[in-house]
Design a protein around this ligand. Structure first.
Ligand code: ATP
Ligand code: MG
Ligand code: MG
Ligand code: MG
Length: 476
């Protein structure tokens, strides 16, 4: 089953269960300045869940374009390292706005997975919130999942990747337990079952999260049961596609195979000759072309602040990976055509914007290719010193003079087992900012034209403060 068919099957299944098929919202949330990018299917329904907005339907289903490359959810550092994380992915979801609740949600999920997608039941594991006996009983008694494959997950505040299975929109407001469905990819893949110490591997893959909005939490911390509880679910299309196409990595599904081939051709044509087709760098490029293209579709252009800076960071990371493989001239924008072939039908806005996307990315590449060679030389020279930590001043110089976002430097360093001195980088950044401010003041005092601080670089600062404001959505 191709990814496109899986998307359709999901939407049609929920349509047959009385759900309205609703189009994906843009990756740039129009009315939510607190959110960097749309990171879940529920984002466009936030006000419906909160009761501020009414719709003509009480059940909806979507395939939502999501980006998790900044803010509360940031999977950028996972890309190229896990088989299951992307910066851009599609989240398939079904939603109940005060309509059905746990029993139907769980039964629908099980019916779709085992009867329509025909997954063997014994490969599926589920997690429930430790105190959610109701969900446990439904899985165990109604659906018939044996106790050995139901894992109760408590409040895991350890910051591990596993959700603590309790979702909150914020400190107050709607919240409730989740139940998640995992697929066991088999013993030839490393990793332990959910809740175990080695759950971080790629063997037991979380495919579907079902959130039960059950309480309203007030400022005093009291959880008041909601009169009409709701359901919000999300399943990663690429992850279920990997399962259904019998491959262990998202990068082996049909859409990614095509993108990887296009990425290889582009990199080879730009000077690499014949790069290693299994290189992790190609996966990073294939991932990043999706995030970059879809953000440009929604009007973002590479810049030094906020969303534009996230786009620039992702694009430059991809370009650096191409450079690593041997590309010496712009190649990244050439992959857009294949992306349009793969996803233009499901997302016509992508096809429509193809020329603009290609041109915006080409310009960013032209810009970065002017400094990347010198920057890489400096970076390599610093790494050759063999110190365990990459010095913050050099990281800042790379950022300031050569346009290397600090996470790009960190990405190179990580490949060598080296970390970047972030505190040193921040100190260097602040020092330059102070100097720029002082210079500005000095000129003002002299009665000269004010030219100082306004030109100082604020991208990183903006990004950080923007991310700390993010209020949505899943507990991670
Ligand atoms: P993980 O624990 O694997 O990081 P998550 O718990 O952060 O996933 P949720 O917030 O529960 O993910 O999102 C619902 C579903 O979306 C997940 O079950 C998964 O199938 C998919 N998903 C989440 N993050 C990504 C990603 N970065 N790339 C691809 N799919 C993702
Ligand atoms: Mg996550
Ligand atoms: Mg998780
Ligand atoms: Mg989850």
């Amino acid at each position: 089953m191709k990814a496109a068919d899986i998307r359709q099957t999901f939407l049609k299944f929920f349509e047959s269960k009385g759900h309205q098929i609703v189009a994906s919202s843009p990756v740039v949330p129009g009315d939510d300045p607190t959110l960097l990018f749309t990171n879940a299917g529920m984002n466009q329904f936030k006000d419906v869940f909160l009761g501020f907005d009414k719709r003509a339907y009480s059940r909806a289903t979507t395939a939502q374009k999501c980006i998790r490359a900044g803010g509360k959810h940031n999977d950028l550092d996972n890309v190229g390292y896990t088989a299951r994380h992307h910066t851009f992915f599609e989240m398939l979801g079904n939603f109940s706005f005060g309509d059905y609740f746990k029993k139907d949600a769980i039964s629908y999920a099980w019916e779709l997975l085992t009867q329509h997608f025909k997954l063997p039941a014994d490969k599926l594991w589920v997690t429930v919130y430790s105190e959610d006996d109701e969900a446990y009983e439904i899985w165990n008694k109604v659906v018939g999942v044996p106790a050995e494959r139901i894992v109760r997950i408590g409040d895991n505040k350890g910051g591990r990747y596993m959700s603590d299975n309790f979702w909150m929109m914020g400190d107050t407001g709607p919240c409730g337990p989740c139940t998640e469905i995992f697929f066991d990819h088999g013993s030839d893949v490393a990793g332990g079952p959910p809740g175990s110490p080695d759950e971080d591997g790629d063997r037991y893959i979380e495919i579907w999260n079902n959130v039960f909005m059950q309480f309203n939490r007030t400022e005093d911390g009291v959880m008041h049961p909601l009169p009409k509880p709701s359901v919000d679910t999300g399943m990663g299309l690429e992850r279920i596609a990997a399962v259904l196409q019998h491959v262990h990595s998202n990068y082996e599904i049909d859409t990614f195979v095509a993108l990887l081939a296009a990425a290889k051709a582009a990199v080879d044509g730009a000077g690499a000759g014949d790069c290693d087709k299994s290189s992790a760098s190609l996966k990073v490029i294939a991932d990043h072309i999706r995030a970059c293209s879809f953000t440009v579709v929604d009007g973002v252009i590479p810049g030094n602040e906020g969303r534009g800076y996230v786009l620039r960071r992702i694009a430059r990371r991809a370009i650096r990976h191409g450079y690593k493989l041997g590309a010496r001239t712009p190649f990244f924008h050439k992959i857009v055509a294949e992306l349009v072939r793969q996803m233009g039908e499901a997302y016509p806005e992508l096809r429509q914007a193809e020329a603009r996307v290609t041109e915006v990315l080409r310009q960013e590449e032209e810009r970065f290719f002017q400094t990347i060679a010198n920057g890489m030389e400096i970076l390599e020279a610093a790494l050759a010193k063999g110190e365990g930590q990459f010095d913050g001043d050099t990281a800042f110089k790379l950022h300031d003079t050569y346009g290397f976002p600090v996470d790009l430097t960190a990405d190179v360093c990580r490949e060598r087992g080296v970390t970047v001195d972030q505190a040193g980088f921040d100190a260097a950044m602040n020092k330059q900012r102070e100097q720029a401010r002082a210079a500005g003041k000095f000129k003002m005092a002299q009665g000269l034209e004010y030219t100082g601080a306004a030109t100082a670089f604020h991208g990183y600062e903006h990004l950080v403060c923007e991310s700390s404001k993010v209020t949505a959505v899943y507990v991670d």
